[in-house]
Design a protein around this ligand. Structure first.
Ligand code: ADP
Ligand code: TRP
Length: 334
């Protein structure tokens, strides 16, 4: 029997979704789900490391779940669940801990960056670093290894974590002399370039330069009008490829629209205000239907909860199979 390959990825509910998440993660993952058996989940226990307000965390979980559904995730095709609904994840984490050297965690980029920042601020190297952050790659390895994925679509910053999952799985397979855990591969979407933010840096919630995916139209327009531009006058010819407005425009506009705007840029006679209005037009065209779907989905709490519960019910037997295989190999069967 031909078996489809498996793709798995997790999304941390640490903030409101923005268009960088949409073009960089959600859209490519939904494209991948057409070819692969997809398992996509909300990494709520990962978010707990940084989000300590219960109302905020609960709201982000629902927003991210509704966001994926509004963007087109079909829960009949994709197994879509909350990490916290799969207790096998946490049992597997305990097993993986026994096979994870502390040195491996010391080398994790996110931990090293946090230590570096503390040192620069003349603080204790581990100030503000909890064990959840330190052991983050082990929990992530459990998320992955539990479901035997072939590929894990992630952003470039997450590749090291997937490599750590490979290392840990290889250690286990070597110790128990068998292919107990499948070795996953990271898949970085080459075409999903970095989406620029309002200030020209990478769009990121940590820079406060985002365009939220579901912003009301008035706010959307205001944000677009705030995009930083240079002081070139209306009559001056402009280079589209160095313009934030144009780079964002490319994500939303058809090929003809892109060519037409590029021509106007190069020709001169178009001010930044006009370019922003044109950007707003295409952004609104794509995001309005998405926002309407999002608002309907998020308003219906029982239906949203049911979708996630149904996803968990499909995911748990798969997780139990892997966990039981490993428990038996380890001599902890029963
Ligand atoms: P943020 O930087 O806002 O905190 P996350 O780290 O939560 O975003 O990213 C979630 C997903 O969205 C990741 O897969 C990441 O690669 C993708 N992503 C985030 N910002 C961008 C961006 N500006 N361009 C492309 N992809 C992005
Ligand atoms: N660490 C990932 C991020 O910050 C989220 C995540 C958690 C994840 N578990 C995962 C991604 C498992 C892929 C597979 O974006």
């Amino acid at each position: 029997m031909y078996m489809k390959k498996i793709a798995l990825t997790g999304i941390k509910p640490t903030g409101i979704l923005h268009i960088g998440n949409y073009f960089g993660a959600i859209k490519p993952a939904l494209r991948l789900a057409k070819e692969y058996d997809a398992r996509y989940f909300i990494a709520d226990y990962h978010a707990l490391n940084t989000v300590k307000d219960p109302h905020v965390l609960a709201a982000h979980i629902r927003e991210v779940a509704a966001g994926w559904l509004a963007a087109g995730l079909n829960p009949e095709e994709v197994i879509f669940y909350r990490q916290s609904s799969i207790p096998e994840t946490f049992e597997l984490t305990t097993i993986l801990m026994a096979f994870t050297s502390k040195g491996l965690m010391n080398r994790a980029h996110a931990y090293k960056a946090a230590v570096q920042e503390n040192l620069e601020n003349h603080e204790d190297p581990d100030a503000g670093i909890n064990m959840g952050l330190f052991t983050y790659p082990v929990l992530m390895a459990a998320d992955i290894l539990l479901f035997n994925p072939d590929v894990v679509p992630v952003g470039r910053d997450q590749v090291q974590h997937v490599e750590m999952a490979q290392d840990i799985a290889q250690g286990i397979n070597f110790n128990y002399k068998g292919d107990i855990l499948k070795i996953p591969q990271a898949a970085v979407q080459a075409e999903a370039a970095v989406v620029p933010g309002l200030d020209g840096r990478k769009m990121s919630k940590s820079y406060g330069n985002t365009i939220p995916l579901f912003a009301p139209e008035k706010q959307l327009r205001k944000l677009i009008m705030r995009i930083v531009t240079n002081s070139q006058g209306v009559e001056e010819p402009k280079d589209p490829e160095t313009s934030q407005i144009y780079l964002l425009y490319k994500l939303f506009a058809s090929a003809e629209e892109q060519q037409a705007l590029a021509k106007q840029y190069r020709h001169g006679g178009m001010g930044w205000g006009d370019a922003k209005e044109e950007l707003f037009r295409v952004v609104r065209r794509e995001l309005s239907p998405l926002r309407n779907r999002f608002e309907a989905i998020i308003a219906d709490t029982p239906a949203l909860d049911a979708v996630l519960a149904q996803g968990a019910a499909k995911a748990r037997p798969l997780a139990q199979a892997t966990l039981n295989r490993l428990r038996r190999a380890a001599g902890i069967a029963g």
